[in-house]
Design a protein around this ligand. Structure first.
Ligand SMILES: NC(=O)C1=CN([C@@H]2O[C@H](COP(=O)(O)OP(=O)(O)OC[C@H]3O[C@@H](n4cnc5c(N)ncnc54)[C@H](OP(=O)(O)O)[C@@H]3O)[C@@H](O)[C@H]2O)[C@@H](O)CC1
Ligand SMILES: Nc1ncnc2c1ncn2[C@@H]1O[C@H](COP(=O)(O)OP(=O)(O)O)[C@@H](O)[C@H]1O
Ligand SMILES: [K+]
Length: 482
């Protein structure tokens, strides 16, 4: 598990650790790691041109002390001082080592730029001259190494208001910051390297967590010797309508590929014909009225993709959410519950899988506000609705009350195509049916779906059905790597 923390959490841990150490020790540890990472990126240190963007706080101090180390190894290091004040000891050591203070035009000839403008002490959008320097660094040819966080990215949330550095590499001190894992901030970090400064024992419980291959491999249910199709977990899928048939086919496909012992599909004539043709493995109940009575026993339900939003869908939603089984609500199912939130008041686990627009309708917020602050809104929705929330998008997050938000590290923007969400609902539903709780089912499904998306795309466009097809390969890949 990779864990990440807010700026306040980091600051508190640093405070405790610093009290046990001689002054300056942490900054020296940070600078040593930063200088080593810069040297590795440069390849050849001697004679290379490094430009430091130095803000007024300790983030600038880190940059200056790392610049000092690089200068001692023969790099030509220039510091552009952006703040009204500068870390005094860092600047003095930097100058002693042969570093020089320069104007911003030094950026034009840099081989490497070190962004030490602001770190966890930043507040609000970058002000001038910081904002202009960040943009100039982004426009240049030299790779940018961000110190702790790319300046302009909110370390605690990943929010970006205004200009922000776009780094090739972010060297972060002590522990990951939440903003490095969540878009739009995560899109600015490049590769993230963690420098151990001894903070570990002083950190509290994490703000967010990201699963790894090993975590997912450990959580995924596997059939044992004694397994049969019923014991592995049966999923019921209520999806599709005569108008929208594809959603049913894709959701059932995702579920079958994600290890359900059996998938029972129930729906009207058109999607029944399509699902039957695509998936002979599914057990099908044609519905001429909205009732789950004849569907047979299941261990979990998926409700919603392509279902429509009229009386038919409302009736099915009321019945399924009235059971004591885990239910995943997606797509049209979310529109139905947005119109009648009392349907979500139940004691069995409920996992909802909205994209930003669907969550906006559910919690009466603005879509753009949700996209800019995914974590906060997913958390707020989980608390307000009393359900587990998987918020889809460029960074998928899974929020459940009193637990760190799980931030999904896999995926590719090739997944931004119609129908991939339907596949995800099938995958997550299958994991619920196999006995995972909604928090693990949601976060493992997002992980597998993102990995399957990467395998299916492999640098080129994909269709949603390809993602379902690639789910077994994703399971194999992550198992092989652990
Ligand atoms: N503590 C430790 O033990 C260790 C800390 N470490 C390092 O210290 C970093 C934290 O340092 P920090 O606390 O000095 O804050 P920091 O991020 O440099 O910036 C604060 C200054 O920036 C300014 N400013 C703020 N917002 C702004 C804006 N929007 N636009 C423009 N300017 C803005 C504001 O200055 P002002 O404008 O008030 O002059 C404020 O005072 C941390 O990220 C890590 O790199 C490591 O060495 C490990 C050990
Ligand atoms: N820019 C992106 N980067 C990565 N994944 C994305 C991006 N945009 C969308 N996705 C993923 O693609 C899927 C789209 O789901 P959804 O919006 O429900 O589409 P649909 O309703 O057409 O199935 C989600 O899993 C989402 O996380
Ligand atoms: K920075």
């Amino acid at each position: 598990m990779r864990t990440a923390y807010t700026a306040d959490q980091i600051r508190a841990a640093e405070h405790t650790l610093m009290a046990t150490l001689p002054p300056g020790t942490l900054m020296q540890r940070a600078a040593a790691g930063l200088a080593a990472a810069c040297a590795a990126l440069l390849g050849k240190v001697y004679g290379s041109r490094v430009v430091l963007l130095v803000g007024s706080g300790d983030n600038g101090g880190d940059a200056l002390w790392a610049g000092e180390r690089l200068a001692r190894r023969g790099a030509r290091v220039a510091a552009v001082l952006a703040g009204a004040k500068t870390h005094e000891a860092g600047l003095a050591a930097f100058l002693r080592a042969g570093g020089r203070v320069a104007e911003r035009d030094a950026l034009g000839t840099a081989d490497l730029v070190v962004d030490g403008l602001v770190g966890i002490g930043a507040s609000g959008a970058l002000r001038e001259p910081y904002a202009g320097l960040a943009e100039e660094a982004n426009a240049g040819r030299a790779p940018v190494v961000a110190v702790d966080v790319p300046s302009g990215v909110d370390a605690s949330t990943g929010r970006v208001e205004g200009a922000a550095v776009r780094a090739r590499l972010t060297v972060t001190m002590g522990a990951l910051k939440t903003g490095l894992l969540v878009d739009p901030g995560a899109a600015r970090t490049g590769r993230v390297e963690l420098v151990d400064i001894g903070l570990g024992p002083h950190l509290p419980g994490p703000d967010v967590a990201a699963l790894t291959d090993g975590d997912v491999a450990g959580l995924l249910p596997r059939p044992g010797n004694e397994s049969d199709k019923y014991r592995r977990g049966v999923l019921g899928v209520l999806a599709g309508s005569d108008l929208y048939t594809g959603a049913a086919v894709l959701a059932v496909g995702g579920a079958l590929r994600a290890g359900a012992g059996m998938v029972r599909y129930a729906g009207p004539a058109e999607p029944v014909a399509q699902v039957r043709a695509a998936w002979p493995e599914a057990v099908i109940t044609p519905l001429d009225r909205p009732s789950i009575e004849d569907v047979g026993r299941v261990q979990a339900w998926v409700l919603g993709p392509g279902l429509g939003t009229g009386d038919w869908a409302h009736e099915l939603a009321a019945q399924v959410l009235g059971t004591h089984l885990p239910v995943l609500v997606d797509a049209d199912g979310l529109s139905v519950v947005a119109g009648d939130r009392s349907l979500l008041r139940r004691s069995a686990p409920t996992l909802i899988t909205p994209h930003a627009g669907e969550l906006a309708r559910l919690i009466r917020a603005g879509r753009e506000d949700i996209e800019a602050a995914r974590l906060e809104h997913a958390r707020a929705a989980a608390a307000e609705l009393g359900v587990t929330v998987l918020l889809k998008g460029s960074t998928t997050v899974v929020a459940e009350e009193s637990r760190p938000v799980r931030v999904n590290p896999t995926g590719t923007s090739w997944l931004a195509t119609g129908g991939t969400g339907d596949v995800l609902s099938g995958v997550a539903g299958a994991l619920l049916a196999q006995g995972l709780g909604p928090y693990d089912a949601g976060s493992c499904a997002a992980y597998l779906h993102g990995l399957a998306g990467r395998l299916a795309a492999d640098g080129a466009p994909l269709a949603a059905a390809d993602v379902a097809t690639a789910v077994p390969a994703a399971v194999r890949a992550l198992t092989a790597r652990t």
